[in-house]
Write a protein that binds this ligand. Structure first.
Ligand SMILES: Cc1ncc(COP(=O)(O)O)c(C=O)c1O
Length: 492
């Protein structure tokens, strides 16, 4: 049963009428935006609760065409992918900056540190060889961070290294990690408190690392953070503060509160005057890229031809790209940064003439919680603006599709547990290879049978309710127009 209801500028059509309160909330959130921002032919939302589609059409339109069928024919879903090529890539004005952030021995140093952590193992590199064959690619390699340090995501690599660097600087030099873990840092430095803002995964890593060294941690989350993610942070020993706002609001609040209480912030994003710690976080991530390089070499591959990296503030993407830029220079893989359509601050920045980072306005309402950031990290942006070849953005159904493809692979490919933020690059790659509308991008990236693609599954099942909603119930389903097996828009 389809029902309509009205707000100031538009009609909202929802299959359950008023039964779904989340849907009403979304309508309220959108009311403040101008209707011209959403040409109705492009606008699509999927209800988080009942998983059905919601459409918005301007009120005036309904006057002309009162029948739902007509509306439904005209309303179309957001395309699976929008992108821009980066005109600044390869301009090495700031190559020195990238070299300084990621000096040649960086990954050796971070791996030496991470190896000493309890439960450290290289995360696996898995091959989706059959899927690669189906998509006419040479290989798809997944660096699977869902099993990293038993924390379900890559994030602790950065937070743990940053805390370690901070503590060793305070102690006046390197101390064996074993001694720090045995309480030496706490004994010498007293009651330090580490604080951070997070959408879930970074906070979990900070809580885990601080607790292991005997320190307290306070983690600020935004109001839409799921209960499961909050519980996971709390279980690792942190005190939680919920901020009524977005991730960016949580960053601002923790920064003000830390000054007031004398806490040390360990943030994955940078701001003016706060750069050392985010730099160490980014350096910490290079462990996973160095591992992947070693694992690829074990498969007889000197390097991937393409790397797709999902981005929130861009720190991970900058680490991956900075690592390859440093290691291979002009021979580095082609690189694609993937963001959610509703939180695409890096793509927005890439589209500006002046090359400066930009704030992405809005509610940052996406199922890709780890990527729901409105402000790029300036430190990361300085790397990405010279090293990323393409910026792309995708709606939630692309991430949901990626999760399902990972969970139900082709015969012979391994099964991989991948959460919303982890899976979006696989969804994006599938659309790039199979959607007629992405032909120009396919060609620009020279994707084909010789391509060896590296993707990072950055998280596993970090929000079990939402994971089941998507994988079991088919939530955020692919709109009919973009279903690869039925649509006329495919085949190009
Ligand atoms: C699972 C996951 N993937 C990717 C990212 C993106 O990392 P960054 O914010 O450094 O771009 C995050 C960030 O929290 C994340 O949690």
């Amino acid at each position: 049963m389809w029902r309509c209801f009205r707000n100031a500028n538009r009609i909202m059509i929802h299959p359950h009428g008023f039964a779904c309160s989340r849907a009403e909330r979304q309508a309220v959130a959108l009311r403040s935006r101008r209707v011209d921002d959403y040409p109705f032919r492009n606008y699509y939302l999927s209800c988080r609760v009942c998983t059905q589609s919601l459409f918005f059409v301007p009120v005036g339109f309904l006057g002309n065409a009162p029948h739902m069928d007509e509306i439904m024919q005209i309303v179309q879903a957001s395309p699976p992918l929008e992108w821009c090529e980066n005109s600044r890539t390869g301009s090495h004005a700031d190559a020195g900056f990238t070299r300084e952030l990621f000096p040649p021995d960086m990954a050796l140093r971070t791996r030496k540190f991470h190896r000493q952590l309890e439960g450290y193992r290289m995360s696996p590199l898995k091959s989706l060889g059959h899927l690669a064959g189906m998509l006419n690619l040479g290989g798809i390699w997944i660096k699977d961070e869902s099993v990293r340090l038993s924390l379900n995501s890559f994030k602790a690599l950065g937070g743990s290294y940053a805390i370690y660097r901070y503590v060793t600087e305070k102690l006046g030099g390197e101390v064996p990690v074993e001694k720090l873990l045995a309480g030496e840092a706490r004994r010498k430095l007293g009651d330090l408190v580490f604080a951070t803002a997070t959408d879930g995964n970074h906070g979990r890593g900070i809580a885990w690392s601080a607790t292991r060294l005997g320190f307290k941690s306070v983690v600020y989350v935004h109001k839409n953070t799921s209960a499961a993610r909050i519980d996971a942070i709390r279980r690792n020993g942190a005190e939680i503060v919920v901020v009524d706002g977005t991730y960016d609001d949580a960053v601002r609040r923790v920064s003000a509160d830390a000054t007031k209480h004398g806490w040390q912030i360990i943030s994955d994003t940078s701001w003016t005057g706060y750069e050392d710690i985010p730099k160490w976080v980014m350096q910490g991530y290079t462990t996973l890229v160095a591992e992947a390089q070693e694992q690829l070499a074990g498969q007889g591959l000197a390097r991937p031809t393409h790397v797709f990296v999902q981005a929130g503030v861009g720190a991970l993407a900058a680490s991956v790209m900075g690592f390859y830029q440093q290691l291979l220079g002009a021979d580095r893989p082609k690189t694609v940064v993937v963001e959610p359509t509703d939180a695409a601050c890096l793509m927005l920045s890439a589209q500006q003439q002046d090359g400066n980072p930009r704030h992405f306005e809005g509610e940052l309402d996406t199922i890709m919680a780890g990527l729901a950031c409105g402000d790029p990290s300036p430190l990361a942006w300085n790397v990405l603006r010279h090293c990323a070849d393409v910026f792309a953005k995708c709606p939630d159904y692309v991430a949901a599709k990626g999760m399902r493809v990972y969970a139900v692979p082709l015969d012979g490919d391994p099964f991989i547990v991948s959460g919303e933020s982890g899976a979006v690059t696989l969804g994006a790659l599938m659309y790039i290879m199979r959607w007629a509308g992405a032909r120009a991008l396919r060609e620009a990236l020279e994707l084909g049978p010789d391509s060896q693609i590296l993707l990072i599954n950055t998280e596993g099942n970090t929000d079990p309710d939402d994971f089941r909603r998507v994988v079991w119930e088919g939530g955020d389903s692919v709109p009919d127009a973009y279903k690869t097996h039925v649509s006329r828009s495919f085949g190009g």
